[in-house]
Design a protein around this ligand. Structure first.
Ligand code: GAR
Length: 202
């Protein structure tokens, strides 16, 4: 069974969607550990409620990004994590981390990449005035939200949308495509060639 490690900084609704999908048998994986860079992240409580090992690692206790990432990687390796899932993890991973889990890190972004990378993808979409935005699950590479795209879903932007209303509409879709992407990975159906990901049908 695929063992995943989830990194999260915030409320953890994507983590919850993944937990629910695992518990209902839609995703064939187990969560080895949940790690947060925020002591008060709701994601940690969600993990605890489901009996999943969860830890807070304080970035202030590390001198450099690499040193912090090395601590995370040590925990992931100790738990035998095979796929790292970033679920609202608001830190850029160092090249050290990317190398340690090359092509084995997924992220979800609240916009249709390559549009609106970085922070506040939903606010960027509202401010720009696009009519359609969405969500993207992608593999993580050394860039910021630049890795090979696994799944995308389009979400309409309404005239009176605020960052909050659009975020809620996008989040609903995130909760569907993230578990699906993990399941496709678990089934060995994702083939990465260059920057293209193809989904094998069988
Ligand atoms: C989600 O909307 C996710 O796409 C976004 O943070 C939110 C986390 O929500 N991630 C990023 O913006 C990454 N750049 P959650 O904690 O409820 O899963």
């Amino acid at each position: 069974m695929l063992k995943i490690g989830v990194l999260a900084s915030g409320k953890g609704s994507n983590l919850q969607a993944i937990i629910d999908a695992i518990e209902s048998g839609k995703v064939s994986a187990t969560i080895g550990i949940v790690i947060s860079n925020k002591s008060n992240a709701c994601a940690l409580l969600r993990a605890q409620r489901h009996g999943i090992t969860s830890i807070f690692l304080d970035p202030k206790e590390s001198k450099t990004r690499e040193e912090y990432d090395a601590r995370i990687v040590a925990h992931l390796e100790k738990e035998g994590v095979e796929l790292v899932v970033l679920a609202g993890f608001m830190r850029i991973l160092s090249p050290y981390f990317i190398k340690a889990y090359k092509s084995k890190i997924m992220n979800i972004h609240p916009a249709l990449l390559p549009s609106f990378p970085g922070g506040h993808g939903q606010r960027q979409a509202v401010d720009y005035g696009v009519k359609i935005s969405g969500a993207t699950v992608h593999f993580v590479d050394e860039g910021c939200d630049t890795g090979p795209i696994i799944l995308q879903v389009a979400v309409p932007v309404e005239d009176d949308d605020t960052e909050e209303t659009l975020s809620a509409r996008i989040l609903e879709q995130e909760h569907k495509i993230y578990p699906l992407a993990i399941q496709l990975y678990a089934e060995g159906k994702l083939e990465v060639i260059g920057r293209k990901v193809t989904i094998r049908q069988k």
